[in-house]
Design a protein around this ligand. Sequence first.
Ligand code: MGD
Ligand code: MGD
Ligand code: SF4
Ligand code: MO
Length: 670
Amino acid sequence: MKSDIKRSVCPYDCPDACGLLVEVVDGQAVKVMGDPEHSFTKGTLCPKMLHYERTVHSPQRLTQPLLRVGEKGTGKFKPISWDEGIKVISERWKGIITQYGAEAILPYSYAGTMGAVQRNCGEGFFHRMGASRLARTICASSKGYGWAAVMGGTLAPHPEEVGTSDFILIWSSNVLATNIHLIQYIQEAKKRGATVWLVDTYENPTAHLVDKVVLVRPGTDGALALGIMHILVREGWIAQEFLEKYVQGFEQLRTDVLPDYPPAKVSQITGIDVKLLEEMAERYVKAHAPFIVLGSGLCRYGNGAMTVRTITCLPALVGAWEKPGGGLLASISTSMVFHTHRVTREDFMQEPTRVVNMNQLGYALTELSNPPIMSMYVYHSNPAIVAPDQTMILKGLMRENLFTVVHERFMTDTARYADIILPATSSLEHADIYRAYGHYGIQKASPVIPPIGEAKSNWEVFQLLAQAMGFEEEFFQRTTDELINQMINPPAPWLKSIDMAKLQAGRPVELSLPENYKTTYLTPSGKIELYNPKDVEPLPTYIEPYGDDAPFYLMSTPSVYALNSSFNERPDLLRKREAAFLQMNPKDAETKELLEGQEVSAFNERGEVQFILKLTDTVPQGVVVAEGLFSSEAMPGDRTVNTLTSQRLTDRAEGSTLYDVKVDVRLWKV
Ligand SMILES: Nc1nc2c(c(=O)[nH]1)N[C@H]1C(S)=C(S)[C@@H](COP(=O)(O)OP(=O)(O)OC[C@H]3O[C@@H](n4cnc5c(=O)[nH]c(N)nc54)[C@H](O)[C@@H]3O)O[C@H]1N2
Ligand SMILES: Nc1nc2c(c(=O)[nH]1)N[C@H]1C(S)=C(S)[C@@H](COP(=O)(O)OP(=O)(O)OC[C@H]3O[C@@H](n4cnc5c(=O)[nH]c(N)nc54)[C@H](O)[C@@H]3O)O[C@H]1N2
Ligand code: SF4
Ligand SMILES: [Mo]
């Protein structure tokens, strides 16, 4: 039988955005490989995507629209036709709009696919409707805020820089799981003699790759950064010329802030030994080109934005930005290369509508009034598992008068609560265009196989819904390919530097960076702003995280074998994860009289979740770790980890505080 190799892109919410080669036989994807032509991912894939064909052709794929026939949440549905499904939805929505107004309808979406069209196309539809808007801040909005407070719109360093650094600080990231292709550059640097440290709250799996792990008390990294800066200034280890030429506000930071953070005090806050603090500062300054790989874990605290802002100040003090291999990589943004507004269509909104924060969905579904949320349309997200405060969310989803539609590839926990489920295509079945947040590549993808069953893409569904709602704008007639073309034509200035024919042909292309971009600061002052006069708090400082009144900080961190709640459909990957473990230090277990392998429950004022206890010295006392977001089916009990997390927001940018949560632990079953 004829076999074709076709190009595609990994659609998941991962900085690497790998180029894929898909072997297709008779309309079936039979093998998925990395594309060697991709300049960052170079033909290798992570363990999750090596067998993406198992996800795409999984027997668990939803293939038909479904209508609920049982109690909410019980997962009892009967198949219906697309026509019927669209009719029921549009009629319910028209009724809700008449009775409550369109703001009673809430779209809920996040990052099931990162493709610029499929991810964003619902916006145009819901803006036209006048629905409530969703503040999509669950991931790392506070990180973006913290970076921008110091660096404005400055371009992030090319990841290749890591390869020429001689001191790499992986700060709050588990790159082995979340940014696996960065490791090639880390290894390259190590071969040249670089030292690599990890700053984290536990020895996460990346610890195997590094020379030293610095364990910090959760949520206190801001104090750590201030402590290091205190030592740099105390010792006169600062890059005076760089500061004079490129930096605003060093004097204010030096006199108004840093004296408050001597090593002894910082040690008390962070739990890091004074000696180690001194060593860290010395290593940082004595390195020729120190590089910080800044993960997102630490931004998900009540002080997250300020923490990121404070750490972002560090490279300026030692002039790291001037050196090849020096700097700090928080996240790469190339948003200006696509005309995304042509898909999000803010102009369709007659007047600004209500904004609901996605981190406070529980509150929105149970308490919000004027108007209450009467319908929710969920697409490429799984809020019953990924969003904080599961108890409140499930209470909301159980509301008999809430009309819930879920557009999904699988019967997720959220889908179980739907009134109508619509089957979604996977990325191999629809077209899109992708950029990345871990490199400067972009790539277009065409469908490589036909849709599975009756699945439709996000855009196809919005087109059907628009028609049924009577939205007559020509926009809703455009094909996916037309939307893609409108995003890149005429090319934005930055896009002019690339080979458009190559992009159109679906091959990976890389944007080129301007010369001297690492010393070109796109801030209001044109300098790195240690002092930011536009911020309510013009100088960095340390703010305490929220915490809770409980003994253990809970880290619910990414798993190597899953991506948020995606990949729960894969028995092969679930087997690798073994079970939903709660990792705890043996000394804490002794105090609590708990034993390895016992079924325990972690609990706090928001609820209780069952886990299998795993004892390990890689987790310090006072911290417990649950890697990966499991479906409720894969848990020992009926609840999943976000029962324990809270709807509290970050200090700025309304981000999630998913790690700023404490629990107690007790025996559940022997
Ligand atoms: N395999 C896999 N890959 C993924 C994901 C996944 O779930 N699985 N998720 C994807 C998504 S959506 C994102 S946003 C990225 C996130 O990827 P990264 O930016 O790498 O961030 P996280 O892995 O979320 O950060 C978690 C790390 O921060 C640590 N941490 C938590 N609190 C603190 C703290 O107070 N201080 C310090 N120093 N460390 C702390 C945790 O212990 C953990 O090791 O990864 C993406 N890639
Ligand atoms: N406790 C805790 N909670 C977390 C995190 C954590 O570290 N700890 N991480 C947080 C972070 S960083 C993030 S970004 C969020 C992520 O939250 P989400 O964006 O909700 O991510 P996923 O869990 O991957 O769910 C995506 C869903 O989209 C579906 N899907 C995929 N492609 C398509 C498509 O083309 N169309 C449609 N309609 N559906 C599709 C998938 O089947 C999947 O069920 O989770 C957050 N939640
Ligand atoms: S999840 Fe990340 S590392 Fe894995 S294939 Fe996709 S982009 Fe690449
Ligand atoms: Mo994320």
